[in-house]
Write a protein that binds this ligand. Structure first.
Ligand SMILES: Cc1cc2nc3c(=O)[nH]c(=O)nc-3n(C[C@H](O)[C@H](O)[C@H](O)COP(=O)(O)O)c2cc1C
Length: 337
């Protein structure tokens, strides 16, 4: 069942994609996802205005690494000319794919007419897509929600427009604009979008367990799955999904592998941001990676003290030694019964 998919000329080796997530999907996180078999990683949303006005902080989000390619850069904004310039800038810096955010429903974004607000005026969306399309030859995708009501009609209409404008693939997170992250994603909207267009459709929303990915492909017929929150606490999920796609059992990820991957993530973050800033980031980010594991609460307390790379390494290594012992004891206990 593992199939390659093509987004324009970019071939993805398997149908798994890391969702764009602000404050999460930076180079170190994306690299971790790629090393676990994710076929395409996406940057967090980047302001087209910020890019064009040369804001330093915004431009930093455009950082990419050869080791994570192919990478999709997601831009947000509403002015067609600015979005076209931003797309050209991202392409010039090496983005393999440009994605336009039609899905963010955060109040500040909507108020400015960005993100999901673009789904309200389909004529304006058409002009935006035509303008960006004519500015770059790089593969172009959009990521959207169901729309302003639960019917999914907005998404189907926008998907058709996107295809007509030469967009190469469409990702859909089937929650309404007002739903934010509440309730469940309505996968039937993915099915409706898939039926309406012939470019690849990427399904997103509520893939938590590896099995959910196969379930989504089977139920909706989508060409690829995009995983967000499920990958934040389990970046290994891509290995597990790709195994299932090959009709193999999803592997258990051993403690040593988890530990090494987390240490590498710490190292990459230290290199990317410098020790002081990375140490601050690790105080919360490392907590994501131990969700559901024994003694996670104590680990989350311990990481609050991180100030240096070596301290982070020590806390992570000690934690894994401790839970290794814990698990041996557990096994011993089971054995003894
Ligand atoms: C912390 C966080 C940040 C997000 N940032 C973005 C973003 O920058 N751009 C975007 O298109 N979607 C963003 N999303 C939405 C995700 O890409 C995805 O559509 C959503 O989480 C549903 O997928 P999931 O159930 O697999 O998490 C974000 C989600 C979360 C939880």
């Amino acid at each position: 069942m593992t199939r390659q998919i093509n987004i324009g000329p970019v071939t993805l080796e398997n149908p798994t994609i890391l969702a764009p997530m602000a404050g999460i999907t930076d180079v170190p996180f994306r690299r971790m996802a790629r090393e676990n078999g994710c076929a395409l990683v996406c940057s967090e949303m980047i302001s087209a205005n910020g890019m064009i006005y040369g804001q330093e902080k915004t431009l930093a989000y455009l950082t990419m690494s050869d080791s994570e390619k192919p990478v999709s850069i997601q831009i947000f904004g509403k002015d067609p000319a600015i979005m076209a310039d931003a797309a050209a800038m991202a392409a010039g810096r090496g983005a393999d794919i440009i994605d336009i955010n039609f899905g963010c429903s955060v109040r500040k974004i909507l108020k400015n007419g960005y993100g999901a607000a673009l789904m309200k005026d389909l004529s304006a969306a058409t002009i935006l897509l035509e303008t960006v399309r004519s500015a770059v030859s790089t593969p172009l995708t959009i990521k959207m929600r169901s729309g302003f009501d639960a019917s999914g009609e907005d998404a189907v209409a926008l998907a058709r427009i996107a295809e007509d404008c030469g967009v190469d693939a469409v990702a859909i997170h089937p929650r309404t604009v007002s739903q934010l992250f509440r309730g469940r994603a309505d996968w039937s909207v993915i099915t409706a979008v898939k039926k309406a267009i012939s470019i690849p459709v990427i399904g997103n929303g509520d893939i938590v367990q590896p099995e959910d990915a196969l379930d989504m492909i089977e139920k909706t017929g989508c060409d690829a799955v995009m995983i967000g929150r499920g990958a934040v606490s389990n970046p290994w999920i891509f290995q597990q999904v790709t195994a299932l796609l090959k009709s193999r059992p999803a592997p258990d990820i051993h403690l040593e592998e988890r530990c090494n991957m987390i240490l590498r993530y710490v190292k990459d973050a230290m290199e990317a941001y410098g020790e002081t800033r990375a140490a601050r980031m690790m105080r919360s980010r490392l907590g994501w990676l131990v969700k559901g594991m024994p003694h996670a609460a104590r680990f989350r307390e311990d990481i609050k003290q991180i100030e240096t790379h070596s301290q982070a390494t020590e806390i992570v290594s000690e934690y894994f030694t401790r839970i290794g012992k814990h698990m041996e004891n557990e096994r011993g206990a089971i054995h003894a019964v």
